[in-house]
Design a protein around this ligand. Structure first.
Ligand code: NAD
Length: 491
């Protein structure tokens, strides 16, 4: 099945509290499909009472969950994985319906989320703790303890993958997890919650609360919440970090990005064209790791021609998906108009035909702007669409200076056949994830995911080994035993 199905009824999306679906009581929110432009579901903002009910139920369930040995918790997570794989087609349909991705992209995102789950399955081995006899009869040991009730707040662009960065690790470590999905894409949360229940997770250990900014603020202010993981735009990440820290919580907030790719004349033309084109067109550019600026060093025009050719072969609604909202399509159009008025040349984009199946969807074609200046808005602002801005540079140093002048720090890549040039960029780039001949340098498990600068607020990464320290506390136990024997029977 390669076609995204638009259901003939609206899906109601409630809160999942104590193992039951219960309606929230705040404002109604319509959910649109980017494919059809029609309302496909409805949810409600959670008010303070809804959030308090959710935190109370999670707080009640958490101690018993934490008392289970990690091997028992892990067994439920194994079942979670089996059921996600069983239902992958249905989940991919749901993601595409509400987010606009192609079905192949939705499946790929889910599989990447399952990789994080697989990492969580290994925690029972990784996290066996350490114990040492530090002096005669005196032992020090580490024990990892959960934090209690923790929260994950996620963006629209990966309705399953980004939540899966947090849910399996936080749960396996013995926390109760409250998920606040994006109000634009909450429908996938229904399937994830049902699967966790079927996997045998006790009621209350996993909770979903629906809503937007106000709901997040109730969660961040609530004294029953110990920690919050956040992924979204930089403006929101900064606010969430400040607010959560102000109320004494542990917070890790991943923000937006403006990723640069440096292209050198000695790069392999075909590999570069595929890597760069797919980086800015994949998921219609709505990835925090998408290429946004191409720093073209010297004469790379033959490679740019190949990038343009590959990007122009994308077909909307087939190899490339839709944009999340109509407003975002307008923003992208305005951004292109602004760039051309500032002197950029549009070498790809403009007129296009919407796919015949979905004429009313939110479509925007692959667009390439050449001769953008580093001061232009197209080079500075996160656009979050399939737009590549090319800045011409005379040298690698000039390209690095432009790259490092941007305030974000998620990804930076270089395409070259020269190892020394690649190493120079790996060392000098002020980005936390560097790609060499790779357009989307997302680290695979067990390597961790996380940016720097304005792309991340807080310490550590959201996945991988440092995520253990985020979602748990290390307790240090020191024990002393009298080693001499007092009775004959002890000898
Ligand atoms: P967003 O910031 O609008 O929303 C993200 C989440 O935060 C949603 O659940 C939303 O309800 C909530 N929210 C929004 N404003 C808030 C506020 N002021 N206070 C508290 N909560 C708030 O982001 P989005 O549009 O859903 O997602 C796209 C953004 O996410 C892009 O900027 C993208 O780069 C970023 N992103 C970053 C990463 C990463 O790993 N760094 C990954 C995916 C997406």
């Amino acid at each position: 099945m390669n076609r995204v199905r638009i259901p003939d009824h609206q899906i109601t999306c409630s809160n999942f509290i104590a193992g039951k679906w219960v309606p929230a009581h705040g404002d109604f929110i319509d959910i649109y499909s980017p494919y059809s432009g029609s309302v496909v579901g409805r949810t409600r903002e959670s008010n303070l009472a809804d959030v308090s009910e959710a935190v109370a139920s999670a707080g009640k369930a958490q101690p018993q969950w934490a008392e289970l040995p990690i091997k028992e918790r892990t067994r439920i997570m194994f079942r979670f994985r089996e059921l996600l794989l069983r239902d992958q087609d249905e989940i991919a349909q749901r993601i595409s319906l509400e987010n606009g991705k192609t079905l192949a992209e939705s499946r790929a995102g889910l599989m990447k989320g399952i990789e994080v789950l697989e990492f969580a399955l290994s925690l029972q081995n990784l996290d066996e703790g350490a114990r040492m006899e530090v002096s005669r009869g005196v032992f020090c040991e580490y024990r990892r303890e959960p934090l209690g009730v923790v929260v994950g707040i996620t963006p629209f662009n990966f309705p399953a993958m980004v939540p899966m960065w947090m849910i399996p690790i936080a749960l396996t470590l013995g926390n109760a997890f409250i998920w606040k999905p994006s109000e634009k894409t909450p429908l996938t949360s229904i399937l994830i919650a049902e699967i966790l229940r079927e996997a045998g997770l006790p009621d209350g250990v996993f909770t979903v609360v629906q809503g937007g900014r106000r709901t997040v603020e109730y969660l961040l202010d609530h004294e029953g919440v110990a920690a919050a993981g956040f992924v979204g735009s930089t403006a929101a990440a900064r606010q969430v970090y400040r607010r959560g820290c102000a109320s004494g919580k542990r917070v890790l907030a991943l923000g937006g990005a403006k990723n640069h790719i440096i292209l050198l004349p000695d790069a392999d033309p075909d590999m570069s064209a595929v890597g760069i084109s797919d980086s800015f067109t994949g998921c219609a550019g709505q990835r925090c790791m998408a290429a946004s600026v191409l720093l073209a060093v010297g004469d790379v025009d033959p490679i740019i021609e190949k990038i343009v050719a590959r990007a122009s072969s994308q077909t909307l609604g087939n190899s490339m998906g839709a944009i999340i909202t109509d407003e975002q399509v307008q923003f992208l159009n305005e951004s292109v108009a602004e760039a051309t008025s500032e002197g950029a040349d549009r070498v790809l984009g403009g007129d296009f035909k919407p796919p015949g199946d979905y004429p009313e969807g939110y479509w925007f074609p692959p667009t390439i702007l050449d001769r953008v200046q580093p001061t232009h808005m197209a080079a500075r602002r996160e656009l979050f669409g399939p737009i590549l801005s090319i800045i011409r540079c005379d040298s690698l140093s000039e390209a690095l200076a432009v790259e490092n002048g941007n305030p974000y720090g998620n990804a930076a890549s270089i395409f070259t056949s020269n190892g020394a040039m690649a190493e120079k960029v790996a060392r000098a780039a002020r980005a936390a994830m560097v790609g060499i001949n790779i357009g989307i340098p997302v680290p695979r498990e067990p390597f961790s995911f996380g940016g720097m600068n304005d792309s991340k607020f807080g310490h550590g990464d959201i996945t991988g080994p440092s995520s253990l320290d985020f979602w748990s506390n290390l307790k240090k136990v020191t024990t002393k035993w009298q080693m001499q024997t007092d009775h004959n029977w002890m000898s």
